[in-house]
Design a protein around this ligand. Structure first.
Ligand SMILES: [Mn+2]
Length: 354
């Protein structure tokens, strides 16, 4: 089983956190837009440390919307209180902390030029990233693992809702410790498990689903193409930006598939998700080079997300989406666009790659 990690360096990080918070009247912890369980649980853990270890009041703020039914259930079941980041939050005496993201990546509402007091993140460090405390490590499967280590090092009690949030943060980010998870993630999960409420966890993991969810699923099934080991879905206009990541995870489960791309149009952006089963896939780099100057992207080895601005009319957006799908297939080395087969025809005798 996993070695017990040493919390020595975590204690140093906590000291630096205390320094970074010196003189602050209030801490505002910001998640990325359309926050996932990893960023939400990390934000509440950091707010808890701020209040209980450093006696600095803290609130959790987010951008975008919380759309995924599991994430909504998490916030409801655990009674997590968070609100949207607004102009009013930028008052004198307020220090900022960013979790699970860095400024200027296109996936958050924090002003790119502003320097936060604290950044805790498991995405690759950007050249322009600055903060008083930068705890940025790519060898963690989840930011929630980094926060769990800090909580354990602080020797504070971890309340049940927070332990439950963090264990769900780790398990959902790593697909039950199977994707990009290392020994540290496993050790953190095991430390949280006895402190988590299993009934609450179960109701978060298996929430009731709104009708919209099935409508999106239906749309996805009818707008998915397959070529060799790659699958791509265009959802068109969506009401819930989280559906893009959800469908990407779902479609990657199709047998024999090792790369997946999903696109969805939300407000004036095309949201892009990439998933791969290839541990050396460098999905973040793959998506950045796929989008080029057309958009922004970030990610890790096996998952990546990005956005492409598209304020033009419907037909041009559709053309841009088709172009992105072709570029995706081409980047994987597939040159014959014509050989892409609609998913629902794949099982028919002359339907495709079988
Ligand atoms: Mn994360």
């Amino acid at each position: 089983m996993a070695d017990t990690p040493s919390y020595g360096s975590s204690r140093e990080t906590l000291d630096k956190m205390g320094e970074a918070l010196k003189g602050a009247r209030r801490l505002c912890v910001v998640t990325h837009d359309n926050p996932d369980p990893d960023s939400v649980s990390s934000a509440f853990a950091l707010a808890y440390l701020s209040k209980n270890l450093f006696k600095v009041r803290a609130t959790v703020k987010y951008g975008g919307i919380v759309g995924r039914p599991e994430n909504r259930a998490m916030i409801r079941v655990l009674g997590l209180r968070m609100s949207e980041l607004t102009e009013k939050d930028f008052s004198a005496g307020t220090a900022f902390a960013l979790v699970d993201m860095q400024p200027g990546t296109g996936n958050n509402s924090f002003p790119a030029k502003r320097k936060p007091a604290i950044i805790i993140d498991h995405h690759p460090q950007r050249k322009t990233t600055r903060a008083d405390l930068m705890h940025i490590r790519t060898d963690y499967g989840a930011t929630a693992t980094m926060l769990t280590e800090l909580l354990l090092a602080s020797e504070l009690d971890i309340p049940t809702p927070l332990a439950t949030a963090l264990s769900y943060g780790i398990s959902s980010e790593t697909q039950d410790l199977g994707r990009e998870a290392g020994e540290r993630d496993i050790a953190a999960y095991l430390a949280l498990f006895p402190k988590s409420n299993k009934k609450m966890l179960a109701s978060i993991e298996h929430p009731k689903l709104p009708v919209d969810h099935f409508v999106t699923l239906n749309k996805a099934l009818h707008h998915t193409v397959v070529y060799k080991n790659a699958v791509a879905t265009c959802l068109g206009e969506i009401d819930n930006p989280d559906s893009v990541a959800f469908i990407a995870d779902f479609m990657l489960r199709l047998e024999r598939m090792s790369w997946c791309m999903c696109l969805g149009r939300y407000r004036d952006k095309i949201i892009v998700s990439i998933r791969t089963t290839n541990q050396q896939g460098r999905a973040g780099r793959f998506l950045r080079s796929l989008l080029g100057k057309r958009g922004t992207a970030g990610g890790h080895g096996m998952i990546a997300g990005g956005q492409v601005p598209c304020s033009m009319e419907h037909e041009s957006c559709t053309r841009l989406e088709e172009e992105l799908v072709k570029d995706f297939m081409r980047k994987l080395g597939y040159k014959e666009d014509a050989a892409m087969t609609p998913l629902l025809l794949v099982s028919e005798p002359d339907g495709g790659p079988r």
